[in-house]
Design a protein around this ligand. Structure first.
Ligand code: CP
Ligand code: NVA
Length: 334
């Protein structure tokens, strides 16, 4: 394991890391997942503390960070707006000063991206974006890891995003630029991607479609998300009307590549953005996707705190192969 202290890095958007970093992290996540499945103890973050700040609700993000940090030998502390001074107007800069003196890494789920940026600017320790109105980078790291596990490299592939051009969509678009694939976005009129808000460098990696059937033709991944994200509840009624033709259904999956997979960050609303037939069907990998949040985030935590560890011996399995379910007693099941 390397001993040099890594330069401090934050993870606030997908593009904060490069292609080479992701290749390392995906390989690392695969190894870390294998250790977890075999109940092998791996405690590189003993005595380290993660503080998790939630200004919005969460199941997966809290659970995956908290369980992941403990599995790495560290501990995680949960703060929310209601029970902390964050909800009583303490400036985010002051909170960052204090919280980062008592912890080794911080994860924040909040509203505007500017909040995580201000926190990071005043933090002594790495800061991870656990979802903002604009981005959800840990989610897309897990989504791409899931694709690689089941289908191999994502370079040159095509992804259809159906629905709202929200935080998860923006992150797919950034990932397409960093990793070299194409995203075809189908949104209703008035909900199109704003490239600047998505933090894109150019328009070379995405195409916009009004017709979702056009967008899904021949693609490798079909994905979507709720029509109304957290913080936008006041628009719910209008959105239910506007998005009614943007529901991922069996016909769309049949128009995609025969090997296409369906992904959804969850929570899902069956009958709204996706039919039960699709999300509960054979092309859906949403449960692996949810589980993989924990494995990729463990790789990320290790990377931000320890830098690249010696992975020379970790290349013994070809990319694109899922961790096998060995099914032996005493081993965790996939
Ligand atoms: N996908 C995701 O971030 O889920 P939670 O809102 O449950 O954390
Ligand atoms: N776009 C959704 C994702 C939830 C994980 C939201 O922001 O509410």
């Amino acid at each position: 394991m390397s001993t040099a202290k890594p330069a401090m890095k934050h993870y606030l958007q997908f593009k904060d890391l490069g292609r080479d970093d992701y290749a390392y992290l995906f390989e690392r996540a695969r190894w870390i997942k294998g250790e977890f499945k075999a109940y092998r103890r791996y405690w590189p973050l003993a005595d380290r503390t993660l503080v998790m700040i939630f200004e919005k609700a969460s199941t997966r993000t809290r659970l995956s960070f908290e369980a992941g940090m403990q599995q790495l030998g560290g501990m995680a502390i949960y703060l929310n707006t209601r029970d902390s001074q964050l909800g009583r107007g303490e400036p985010i800069e002051d909170s960052a000063q204090v919280i980062s003196r008592m912890s080794d890494v911080v994860m924040i789920r909040t509203y505007e991206q500017g909040i995580v940026e201000r926190f990071a600017a005043n933090s002594r320790v790495p800061v991870i974006n656990g979802l903002t109105n604009e981005y959800h980078p840990c989610q897309i790291m897990a989504d791409i890891f899931t694709y690689i596990e089941h289908r191999g490299p994502i370079q040159g592939k095509t992804v259809a995003w159906i629905g709202d051009s929200n935080n998860v969509c923006h992150t797919w678009l950034q990932a397409a630029e960093v990793l070299g694939f194409e995203v075809r976005v189908a949104t209703p009129p008035g909900y199109e991607v704003e490239p600047e808000r998505a933090g894109l460098r150019g328009a070379g990696h995405f195409r916009q479609f009004a017709d979702p059937m056009e967008a899904v033709r021949g693609v490798d991944i079909v994905t979507t998300d709720v029509w109304t994200s957290m913080g936008f509840e006041a628009e719910n009624e209008a959105r239910m009307r506007d998005f009614a033709d943007y529901r991922v259904d069996g016909e769309m999956m049949r128009a995609a590549h025969p090997e296409a997979i369906f992904l959804h960050c969850l929570p899902a609303h069956r009958g709204e953005e996706v039919t039960a037939e699709v999300i509960d069907g054979p092309q859906s990998f949403v449960w692996d996707e949810a589980e993989n949040r924990m494995h990729v985030q463990k790789a990320l935590l290790e990377y931000l705190l320890l830098g690249r560890v010696n992975a020379a011996s970790l290349n013994d399995q070809p990319r694109g192969k899922a961790i096998p379910d060995r099914g032996e007693p005493g081993e965790r099941q996939d």
